[in-house]
Design a protein around this ligand. Structure first.
Ligand code: SIN
Ligand code: FE2
Length: 210
């Protein structure tokens, strides 16, 4: 990362294993504004249920906005410049970019906004985000819709973990020594929010890719 961070970033309300958590950073109007933009992203580039390299369907549905989208199929995990259908990824919505610049303090924009849609008992196993070229850039994660139990481990595999409930409007940053912590979603509390049409939870993950 070749940039100095600008001052005036919000102060995290909570830090768990180095992960900075900003509970309720987005009020309901801000959440609704972002949600409307993400609904448009999802209609241009519909979420798909990716397969792993081993041919197992993930329970989460995914799409992306930005220069790159994160995809997984029999060929493995990677970033692609197009949705599996061949359409270009829609641009990252302006209010999402504004949030990124405000919380990270960076002038550099993210390359990817991964959109994870959790419905029908979807969850996500513990993993690291490590398909990016430079781990010195932070990751920003935004929760919308139903509450989810977020689990945080260590940078190394195994060992103890901690978990907390993420609510709609919560934002978190994985940066510095916490950039590569293991993390996942144990479960989503279905029906705990009415933010998303059709129900469920949406997580946006913003990353610099190259
Ligand atoms: C992810 O790590 O890709 C998703 C995390 C979340 O859904 O909060
Ligand atoms: Fe992740």
């Amino acid at each position: 990362m070749s940039e100095t961070e600008r001052p005036g970033r919000p102060v995290p309300g909570l830090v768990v294993r180095g992960v900075e958590i900003f509970p309720g950073l987005l009020d309901s109007a801000a959440q609704a504004g972002i949600m409307a933009e993400i609904a448009a992203v999802m209609s241009a580039a519909p979420p798909v249920q990716p397969e792993t390299r081993f041919g197992r369907k993930m329970s989460v549905r995914m799409t992306s906005a930005g220069k790159y989208g994160w995809v997984s199929d029999r060929r493995g995990y990677r970033y692609e410049t197009r949705h599996p259908s061949g359409v270009a990824w829609p641009p990252i919505p302006a209010p999402v970019l504004t949030l990124w610049h405000r919380v990270t303090g960076l002038a550099r924009a993210p390359d990817c906004c991964l959109v994870n849609l959790y419905r029908d008992g979807a969850k996500m196993g513990l993993h690291q985000d490590r398909d990016e070229a430079d781990f010195s850039w932070p990751i920003l994660s935004v929760s919308l819709g139903d509450e989810a139990r977020f689990r945080i481990g260590d940078v190394t595999r195994g060992g103890p973990t901690e978990s907390l409930w993420l609510k709609s409007g919560d934002v978190l940053a994985m940066r510095g020594p916490a950039r590569l912590v293991h993390h996942g979603i144990d479960r989503v509390r279905g029906g705990s929010s009415t933010m998303i049409e059709g129900g469920g939870r949406i997580n946006l993950t913003l990353r610099v890719v190259d």
